[in-house]
Design a protein around this ligand. Structure first.
Ligand SMILES: CC(C)(COP(=O)([O-])OP(=O)([O-])OC[C@H]1O[C@@H](n2cnc3c(N)ncnc32)[C@H](O)[C@@H]1OP(=O)([O-])[O-])[C@@H](O)C(=O)NCCC(=O)NCCSC(=O)C[C@@](C)(O)CC(=O)[O-]
Ligand SMILES: NC(=O)C1=CN([C@@H]2O[C@H](COP(=O)(O)OP(=O)(O)OC[C@H]3O[C@@H](n4cnc5c(N)ncnc54)[C@H](OP(=O)(O)O)[C@@H]3O)[C@@H](O)[C@H]2O)C=CC1
Length: 861
């Protein structure tokens, strides 16, 4: 406690000294590390040896009173004073000391939650302190004859003990895992030197009180010094051993793991503070030497003042003194007991509030401490209700980063009293934003149609608050409160959503992301992230990747380009023909291209393909778009090109920027024939052995099924681009995981899967997948979102590469290769009649679907 008050002093020391200090520190740390490791690895020996020592001390206490008295006479010069009656002032001081001790202990225990969010660590810290107390009491009894002298020991101990030190050590120990001995050693190497210096300094500092000449103070300080030394010894021996033992027992139990990783920086002391402590220790050592050496005693500096106070109270005012004693002791105990009860009640019933305190300095929600406890809130009833909805998902909180609340979300504003409508409107109109209005006031303005509900994020200048208030409004408006509460909304970076990915946001849905792989594509192994709710899909793709094995998939990619085809109408077919001929001219095309290309740094027009229907022309602009999927870019370019074309054909009417000849998000053979986005073709050969061992089939069975199902079956169904088993499955799962536009799975899933027998004995299987219209990007759209960006990063294709379209082309080839893996696995399942079996295993929830209340009764035959 004393050291926390030390001012920060910057000392200037020469580099040579610093170097020497550094190497000294390193070797000292090594010794501490080895010692800690020794304690952790020889836990039983250390514990038994320490307990044996304790037993010896206890037995000396029981049987060796003489020894004790002897020590008392020599060591505690204040012993006679112990019989002295309490004085009123003394009682007040002692009450104050005890209260301070309790408060300090309480402060330490509550602060442990900052170190880690588990009660377990609090217990660890308290355990180390308690163990130290037991040892101290045992040792103290060797030197003290009067039991009365131990009366204040617990309070003194609370004042000097460092509970946090024990908890930090526990955190390091429990995060240790298999290499636990080493980690305890490492922790001790970091905490040990600080603990030593702290103890030395504290002993010297507290020891000064032993020179005060005030007998009671001397007595207490002596005990405190002893406590400090014992606490230190326990901390460096008994405690790491116990910790290691508990950790061994608990290994494998989830709850014993600390909820954030053990960071060495947590344990490293501040070098400046360390230096200050060393200097203070040196100074205090001088004080002790000059005060305690024989010449000091000879000067009578100490002797004179020692027992005066006690003697003065011996005979006079016996009645008064006994009254004071009675009164002071009672008051003392009443105060202490009241304080203790209050602290216990506060800790048990109200302490969780700390979990949600908003730090008004940086306005962040802080201290999510115990995921198993139901949280309590201090930031407004509505916020409380909203966050409470997330308690079902408490397990997720462990790794969450808490949303930053803007100044407008501060507790003060959330709880502010609602002002009249006119005043609020005046503020909103004059400021143009609602940042200084309370939640209730903003909702009031929304309800009175002064603020459009979809503009909340803008007027609040705070995306999270906007989403939260919108949920509140629509919950009330549509009476969907309980349903909306189940929709998660916290822990999401809405700043990336705003004006980019979604409007009217009320939350998000989580979709599980699995991975398939390793899938070797063009010689490199990939883990493919797939977001899906279709059980068995990832398993199937994974099996396909396994069968492909190290032979891998070979791919070729062509950047066809994105398309947009406006529909324009000319007055008659002749004018339409003239327009078409004009566009076919090279020079005219160059003019159009310049207009188109001027709208983007990356979009480059490749072709204008013209479709004709009477006097209507469909101008299919096709452009490469760098690493972006490019729909916005191409639309922008096409619009600009049309503007220019209108200069040459003023009688041209633009019917629609999109004339469905593009064609976007609709099944259309033009994309199947001419391609769109990226055209990818993948091939691989599966050995007969893998077919047999992994797919439990052979090449001939697979090719036969492929012909009948994927070719003839699809033709009979009149399918366009559907000569495949389930390409859309893999395409959509990767699209969702990597932030592609999910609706573009329509065109992107165009795929022709082809199989042939091959190899010397015609027992291997040659497979290709041809996908002519994969619309993908690694820049723009949903790729900017955090989770989606992470999936792109997993594939190593996030953002733009050096060469334009390099990343988007790689993503396209990975999707096609994954489709190939999934095609193979499903075909194998089908030929083996495994489909239903596997889906009953992986794809049917036992929680939701078994208890049907509206079962249709089928008559038994
Ligand atoms: C964007 C609007 C609605 C603006 O439309 P606007 O008329 O400029 O907007 P406004 O500010 O005048 O507001 C009118 C109303 O629109 C709504 N509104 C307005 N802004 C918002 C907002 N931020 N959040 C929520 N709602 C909004 C809202 O209802 C508002 O009324 P209020 O509530 O203010 O009284 C309009 O221009 C529009 O509908 N654009 C079309 C966008 C679209 O449909 N995109 C789909 C993707 S395109 C595609 O993927 C397929 C494609 C195109 O390729 C297929 C093909 O080939 O055809
Ligand atoms: N408008 C429409 O009709 C349709 C829109 N969409 C939606 O459009 C979005 C996708 O459009 P898209 O044009 O791909 O994305 P964006 O609208 O996000 O545009 C991409 C942006 O990234 C910039 N950029 C930076 N680096 C690169 C790079 N290396 N390569 C390419 N562009 C780069 C572009 O620059 P610059 O400004 O210089 O071009 C452009 O501003 C999706 O959200 C999708 O859902 C979907 C279908 C139709």
């Amino acid at each position: 406690m004393l050291f926390d008050l030390c001012p920060k002093i910057v000392l200037k020391i020469s580099p040579a000294v610093i170097h020497r200090l550094h190497s000294g520190t390193v070797s000292m740390m090594k010794v501490w590390g080895a010692h800690g490791e020794f304690c952790a690895k020889h836990q039983w020996e250390v514990i038994v040896a320490t307990l044996a020592l304790l037993a010896c001390a206890a037995s000396v206490e029981r049987h060796g009173t003489g020894v004790r008295s002897e020590h008392c006479a020599g060591w505690a010069r204040a012993c006679p004073g112990l019989e002295a009656e309490y004085q009123a002032a003394d009682a007040v001081i002692m009450t104050f000391v005890r209260c301070a001790a309790l408060l300090y202990a309480y402060y330490q225990v509550s602060n442990l939650q900052k170190i880690a969010s588990k009660y377990l660590l609090i217990i660890a810290g308290v355990f180390s302190t308690f163990a130290s107390f037991i040892f101290t009491s045992a040792l103290a009894s060797l030197f003290w004859s009067e039991l009365a002298s131990i009366k204040d020991a617990p309070f003194l101990f609370l004042l000097v003990a460092d509970v946090a030190r024990g908890a930090r050590m526990a955190k390091a120990g429990w995060s240790a895992g298999e290499d636990q001995g080493k980690r305890v050693g490492k922790a001790l190497s970091l905490l040990g030197p600080t603990a030593t210096l702290d103890t030395l300094l504290a002993v010297l500092l507290v020891g000064v009180g032993g020179l005060s000449g005030v007998p009671r103070l001397e007595h207490m300080c002596t005990f405190a010094c002893l406590a400090l030394l014992v606490d230190y010894s326990v901390f460096v021996t008994f405690y790491p051993a116990c910790l290691s033992l508990v950790s061994d027992f608990a290994s494998g139990r989830k709850e014993m793991r600390p909820d954030s990783p053990f960071a060495e920086s947590d344990l490293k002391p501040n070098p400046v503070v360390q230096r200050v402590k060393m200097i203070m220790a040196a100074g205090l050592l001088c004080v002790h030497l000059t005060s305690r050496l024989p010449w000091a005693k000879e000067n009578g500096m100490i002797e004179g003042s020692l027992s005066k106070d006690f003697k003065s109270t011996s005979d006079e005012n016996v009645l008064f003194n006994s009254y004071v004693k009675w009164f002071s002791v009672s008051a003392d105990y009443i105060v202490i007991a009241t304080l203790l009860c209050a602290l216990i009640i506060k800790f048990i019933f109200f302490e969780e509030q700390r979990n949600w305190v908003i730090d008004m300095n940086d306005l962040t929600v802080k201290e999510v401490t115990n995921k198993y406890d139901k949280p309590k809130f201090i930031v407004g009833e509505e916020f409380k209700a909203e966050i409470c909805t997330q308690t079902d998902d408490l397990l997720n909180w462990e790794e969450t980063e808490w949303p930053v609340l803007s100044p407008s979300s501060s507790a003060a504003k959330l709880n502010a009293k609602k002002r009249p409508m006119a005043e609020c409107l005046e503020i909103y109109r004059s400021e143009g934003v609602c940042t200084s209005l309370s939640d209730d006031e903003v909702v009031m303005l929304v309800e009175q149609s002064h603020i459009p509900l979809h503009r909340l994020e803008n007027v609040l200048n705070d995306p999270l608050r906007g989403v939260r208030l919108r949920r509140r409004v629509i919950s009330a408006r549509f009476e969907t409160e309980s349903a909306v509460k189940k929709l998660p909304y916290l822990n999401y970076d809405y700043s990336k959503v705003l004006n980019a990915c979604c409007e009217n946001v009320i939350g998000y849905v989580g979709i599980p992301v699995g991975y398939a792989g390793p899938l070797v594509v063009d010689g490199k192994a990939y883990m493919i992230p797939m977001a899906t709710t279709e059980g068995a899909l990832v398993a199937s793709t994974n099996r396909g990747a396994k069968a492909i094995g190290t032979r891998g998939v070979t791919s070729v990619v062509e950047d066809v380009g994105m398309t947009r085809a406006p529909a324009v109408k000319l007055p008659n077919v002749v004018r339409a023909h003239e327009c078409r001929q004009w566009l076919d001219n090279k020079d005219n095309y160059a003019i159009i291209k310049t207009a188109f290309d001027s709208t983007s740094r990356f979009a480059r027009l490749q072709e204008v393909h013209v479709g004709v229907d009477g006097a209507i022309l469909y101008l299919r602009f096709r452009a490469t778009t760098g690493d972006a999927m490019g729909m916005n870019m191409v639309s922008k370019g096409a619009e600009n090109a049309l503007k220019l074309l209108k200069n040459y054909f003023p009688d041209m009417e633009v019917i629609s920027l999109s004339g469905n000849y593009c064609s976007d998000k609709k099944a259309a053979s033009i994309n199947w024939v001419k391609g769109r986005g990226k055209r990818v073709i993948c091939e691989t050969t599966i050995s007969a052995t893998n077919l047999k061992n992994i797919f439990k089939t052979d090449a001939k069975t697979m090719t036969r099924c492929n012909k009948i199902k994927n070719l003839s079956g699809s033709a009979l169904a009149g399918s366009i681009g559907g000569n495949n088993a389930h390409a859309a499955n893999m395409v959509t799962a990767i699209f969702i995981a990597t932030g592609q536009d999910p609706a573009q799975n329509v065109t992107s899933s165009n795929c022709s899967t082809s199989m042939e027998v091959c190899g010397e004995n015609n027992e291997d299987l040659y497979v290709t997948c041809t996908m002519p219209s994969l619309e993908v990007g690694t820049v723009g759209g949903g790729t900017v979102l955090t989770g989606q960006g992470a999936c792109l990063e997993i594939l190593g294709v996030k953002g733009a590469a050096e060469r334009p379209a390099e990343n988007s082309a790689r993503l396209a080839s990975l999707i096609c290769a994954t489709v190939l893996a999934g095609e193979l696995s499903l075909m194998a399942a089908l030929v083996n009649s495994d489909l239903v079996k596997s889906h009953m295993r992986h794809n049917r929830s036992t929680i939701n679907v078994q208890n049907a209340s509206n079962e249709l009764k089928v008559p038994t035959l």
